[in-house]
Design a binder for this molecule. Structure first.
Ligand SMILES: Cc1cc2nc3c(=O)[nH]c(=O)nc-3n(C[C@H](O)[C@H](O)[C@H](O)COP(=O)(O)O)c2cc1C
Length: 139
């Protein structure tokens, strides 16, 4: 049995809405980080992990991610997909910058399979891309 999990942080629901679009959604263990204490977050031994987050500040993840830095920085040998909503008016450098920060943190010890940045609420094109990228993780 393939072990796969989704961890996401979403304040206004844009990032969250993408998670629910996966065809095999029910086969993933899903963790809504907004409902969790940092100490409760555990990446266990999942082989495939999707991490979704919106971006706050100037191109950074919500402060919650700083609080789970120990769990993130010790994760290794996982296949990871990153996705998240942002707004392009923050500029190219900061657009969905939270994903760049997470990539920088995780890429040395893990395989980053994809990084999907999208504007506000996901369009059908974004939803399809997300489904496709997620499927390709298992090829
Ligand atoms: C205080 C604040 C700062 C933000 N900074 C950025 C930013 O630097 N880059 C970006 O792409 N989006 C930024 N955003 C926009 C959110 O990431 C965007 O609204 C996103 O769609 C929210 O996703 P969610 O619905 O999953 O919470 C910011 C929003 C707020 C409220």
């Amino acid at each position: 049995m393939i072990s796969k999990a989704i961890y996401y942080f979403s304040i206004t629901g844009n990032t969250k809405s993408l998670v629910e679009q996966l065809d095999d959604f029910t086969e993933w263990d899903v963790y809504d980080l907004n409902d969790m204490k940092p100490s409760e977050v555990n990446f266990k031994d999942y082989e495939y992990i999707l991490i979704g987050t919106m971006t706050l500040g100037r191109g950074v993840p919500p402060a919650f991610f700083r609080k789970i830095f120990p769990q993130l920085s010790t994760m290794e040998k996982r296949k990871i997909g990153l996705f998240g909503s942002g707004q392009s008016h923050y500029g190219d450098e900061y657009f969905c910058g939270a994903l760049d920060v997470l990539e920088g943190l995780l890429e040395k010890k893990n395989d980053i399979n994809f990084k999907l940045k999208f504007e506000s609420y996901p369009t059908p094109i974004v939803i399809n891309e997300f489904k496709q990228l997620t499927k390709e993780m298992f090829i």
